[in-house]
Design a protein around this ligand. Structure first.
Ligand code: SF4
Length: 70
Protein backbone atom coordinates (compact mmCIF):
# COMPACT_ATOMS: atom_id res chain seq x y z
CA UNK A 1 0.00 0.00 0.00
CA UNK A 2 1.18 3.53 -0.74
CA UNK A 3 2.33 5.57 2.21
CA UNK A 4 0.80 9.05 1.73
CA UNK A 5 3.52 10.56 3.87
CA UNK A 6 6.11 9.52 1.28
CA UNK A 7 4.63 11.87 -1.33
CA UNK A 8 6.55 14.92 -2.54
CA UNK A 9 3.78 17.32 -1.58
CA UNK A 10 3.63 16.01 1.96
CA UNK A 11 7.37 15.63 2.33
CA UNK A 12 8.20 19.24 1.53
CA UNK A 13 5.45 20.68 3.75
CA UNK A 14 3.20 22.04 0.97
CA UNK A 15 0.24 20.06 2.30
CA UNK A 16 0.16 21.91 5.64
CA UNK A 17 -2.03 20.19 8.24
CA UNK A 18 -3.12 17.51 5.77
CA UNK A 19 0.40 16.08 5.86
CA UNK A 20 -0.12 14.78 9.38
CA UNK A 21 -3.88 14.13 9.21
CA UNK A 22 -5.44 10.70 9.35
CA UNK A 23 -7.91 11.68 6.58
CA UNK A 24 -5.18 12.30 4.00
CA UNK A 25 -4.99 10.27 0.81
CA UNK A 26 -2.50 11.05 -1.94
CA UNK A 27 -3.86 10.62 -5.47
CA UNK A 28 -1.33 10.22 -8.27
CA UNK A 29 -2.21 10.94 -11.87
CA UNK A 30 -0.87 8.92 -14.79
CA UNK A 31 1.56 11.79 -15.46
CA UNK A 32 2.97 11.61 -11.96
CA UNK A 33 1.25 14.66 -10.49
CA UNK A 34 0.13 14.32 -6.89
CA UNK A 35 -3.05 15.64 -5.31
CA UNK A 36 -4.14 15.78 -1.70
CA UNK A 37 -7.51 14.09 -1.29
CA UNK A 38 -9.45 14.54 1.95
CA UNK A 39 -11.28 11.30 2.76
CA UNK A 40 -13.46 13.16 5.25
CA UNK A 41 -15.14 14.73 2.20
CA UNK A 42 -16.81 11.37 1.47
CA UNK A 43 -18.91 11.60 4.64
CA UNK A 44 -18.99 15.33 5.42
CA UNK A 45 -19.81 17.92 2.72
CA UNK A 46 -18.10 20.69 4.71
CA UNK A 47 -14.77 19.35 3.52
CA UNK A 48 -13.68 19.67 -0.12
CA UNK A 49 -12.47 16.54 -1.83
CA UNK A 50 -9.31 18.33 -2.95
CA UNK A 51 -8.62 21.04 -0.35
CA UNK A 52 -6.54 23.99 -1.59
CA UNK A 53 -3.05 23.70 -0.19
CA UNK A 54 -1.64 24.44 2.23
CA UNK A 55 -4.40 23.88 4.80
CA UNK A 56 -3.46 25.87 7.90
CA UNK A 57 -6.65 25.43 9.95
CA UNK A 58 -9.19 22.62 9.72
CA UNK A 59 -12.06 21.53 11.96
CA UNK A 60 -11.66 17.94 10.76
CA UNK A 61 -7.98 17.63 11.46
CA UNK A 62 -7.03 14.49 13.34
CA UNK A 63 -3.36 13.92 13.84
CA UNK A 64 -2.28 10.53 12.62
CA UNK A 65 -1.08 8.29 15.44
CA UNK A 66 2.66 8.24 15.88
CA UNK A 67 3.73 4.60 16.32
CA UNK A 68 6.33 5.77 18.87
CA UNK A 69 3.59 7.24 21.07
CA UNK A 70 1.39 4.11 21.25
S1 SF4 B 1 -9.61 16.79 7.50
FE1 SF4 B 1 -8.66 18.77 7.06
S2 SF4 B 1 -6.49 18.49 7.56
FE2 SF4 B 1 -7.42 16.45 7.36
S3 SF4 B 1 -7.04 15.84 5.23
FE3 SF4 B 1 -9.07 16.81 5.32
S4 SF4 B 1 -8.69 18.97 4.82
FE4 SF4 B 1 -6.71 18.06 5.36
Amino acid sequence: MNDPRASRQVGDGRAGLCASCTHLQIVRSARGSEFVLCRLSFSDPRFPKYPPQPVLECAGYQRVADPDEV
